[in-house]
Ligand binder design. Sequence first.
Ligand SMILES: [Cu+2]
Length: 297
Amino acid sequence: MNLNVFLLTKDAGLKKLNILRIYIQIFIDQLLNKKIYLILIISLVFAISFWIGFNVNLLPAEASINAPIYDELFKILFITGLIIFIGMTIAVIYSLFKFRKRNDQIGDGIALEGNLSLEIVWTIIPSIIVLLIGLYSYNIYDRMGGMKELNHNHEMMSSNSEKIWAGISQTNDNEIAINNLSIEVSAMQFAFLFNYPKGNFISGELHVPVDQKVSIKMESKDVIHAFWVPEFRIKQDIIPGQPTILNFTPTKVGKYPIICAELCGPYHGGMRASIIVEEESVYNEWFNKNKKPEVNL
Ligand SMILES: [Cu+2]
């Protein structure tokens, strides 16, 4: 239909209405030429990805002060992954229909030899994404205490000459030294043992009070193990001959699994323990019940 057909319409009111309709039609056609669909679809992909990223939680409970920091990074990675995944899926499905072989097509397709601008775009965009994620990950690791220099004269736990090799340190050792919460973890095939030097006892379960900084020094008796508490969003290797330190602050009362996250032998899958986060009074009761007097030989 064109404008003239409507201009010939006798009824004036109807004429105006039809002219308006035509203008709207022209406007929409112009928008379509400007790839409005592409813009709409990209906006929709972003909107869906952000909605899922902020509303779907795939992670376990947040039970330490590290957890919300870590989850920020996870959210960003999840949303980025969703945008790429949904975008690529739509592009593949669209291409399947749009560029499918028609019945009358018998020859080969057009021979395409590269597309410089496309190659520049698909190199620059991922480079920017990777760079930003790298910088943001560094920032998150720093906020979790990963960049803090580990104190090497951890007098309560180790001799001055002993080198602590790795670990996340959210606190400085003076803060830890004032409470009882320096715990030594021994890992072996296929168990964790928790030594409380201040109480002079060993436990098969790790008990800690809520909202207090805990420092654990970990050593392996045999092979490489790893101390992983998913609810705390922390994981640290335990290496024979190289003690590692891990500091954390639990924020939620409860019982959480400690999982060995390093394939350490045939029963690696069964190498689990529990960390029990309890109110301070409950913890103190447990600690005093287990405490043994020091024996001087
Ligand atoms: Cu293990």
